[in-house]
Design a protein around this ligand. Structure first.
Ligand SMILES: NC(=O)c1ccc[n+]([C@@H]2O[C@H](COP(=O)([O-])OP(=O)(O)OC[C@H]3O[C@@H](n4cnc5c(N)ncnc54)[C@H](OP(=O)(O)O)[C@@H]3O)[C@@H](O)[C@H]2O)c1
Length: 292
């Protein structure tokens, strides 16, 4: 009898923060990986073959995979997967809790994003079903840990530059920041969990804390110890409106500020039950926030 070779994975979004964490875990457990992204993966690893490319043009190597992971844009993956001639019994794809939090947003662009995420998830499930494969969708909350996220790392960068970070006093909505490596662990666990077939899971971090407390912990992790300045909420909104009118702060839409008051909290118990999900509490270090 010939011994079984290593398990084989096709990973999209290999250069991203979740993708890199996933490649690390796959390498540690002996997987042979074909990784796809336009930029190279952040870390060189054994048993890794990188394909420079992206959606929609990437043509999958004509080989069999045990699993396909999507750690990039879900809409582009779902369309690619619908048209690809690819056989793999398991598909694990990252979506987002924005599917729920932005469903009833005031901003039409945010509502459209939620609708796109929902349609993309449905497409992945339907196409997997049509091919006799099993798909699992994973929806992280606010992702951090690789020092290159667009939320907490951006807050850290701004605070280091200016020596302070300003928040409205009512920025008390609950958040559950989730570490990239906990997401990678969940993706691997989903592979071997029969209950995870055909399911979508929220993947929140291991702790719910108010927005301003989350920012406080980010600032406390920085050697410069920037100050957190809480200003009356109407004043904050006035200053923000002026900054927007002046063409600054494109990355901070009004909806994002309004949501600082809202609790964006998700139940981890289905993922704990089916995936053995065990996300860490929020204790950021400088290395998790600042890339040198
Ligand atoms: N970051 C968060 O807070 C957060 C929260 C909830 C859900 N998510 C979801 O989790 C997933 C991964 O997020 P992330 O934060 O790890 O993202 P990221 O660091 O921005 O990485 C995105 C990855 O997608 C790839 N990509 C982008 N456009 C592509 C295209 N046209 N064709 C092929 N690859 C493409 C990028 O590779 P190249 O640019 O090198 O091609 C990169 O590897 C995404 O689905 C995201 O929506 C993220």
């Amino acid at each position: 009898m010939t011994p079984a070779g290593p398990r084989r994975a096709l990973v999209f979004g290999a250069s991203g923060q979740i993708g890199d964490a996933l490649l690390g875990r796959l390498a540690a457990t002996g997987w042979q990986v074909d990784a796809v992204s336009r930029r190279p993966p952040a870390t060189e690893r054994a048993m890794l073959r990188w394909h420079a490319g992206g959606f929609p043009d990437f043509v999958a190597p004509d080989e069999c995979f045990d699993a396909v992971f999507s750690c990039g844009p879900l809409d582009a993956f779902s369309e690619w997967y619908a048209n690809a001639s690819l056989q793999a019994p398991r598909v694990i794809a990252f979506g987002s809790t924005s599917l729920e939090t932005k469903r009833s947003a005031g901003d039409p662009g945010e509502r459209a994003l939620a609708a796109t995420l929902a349609a993309s998830e449905a497409r992945v499930f339907a196409m997997a079903h049509a091919r006799g494969a099993a798909a699992t969708l994973l929806r992280p909350t606010l992702v951090y840990g690789a020092a290159r996220d667009a939320s907490l790392s951006r807050i850290a960068a701004l605070a280091r530059r200016t020596g302070l970070f300003v928040l409205p006093r009512d920025a008390r909505g609950l958040r559950q920041p989730v570490h990239v490596d906990d997401l990678a662990a969940a993706a691997i666990a989903a592979l071997d969990s029969p209950s995870a077939a055909g399911q979508a899971y929220a993947l929140p971090g291991g702790e719910s804390l108010p927005y301003d407390a989350m920012v406080e912990r980010v600032l406390a992790a920085l050697p410069e110890r920037p100050r957190l300045l809480r200003v009356p909420s109407p004043l904050f909104r006035l200053a923000l409106a002026a900054a927007h009118a002046g063409g600054r702060l494109h990355g901070l839409p009004a909806g994002a500020v309004a949501r600082m008051r809202d609790d964006l909290v998700f139940d981890a118990s289905p993922a704990i039950r089916d995936l053995g999900y065990a996300p860490r509490e929020f204790s950021p270090t400088r290395e998790m926030l600042v890339a040198d």
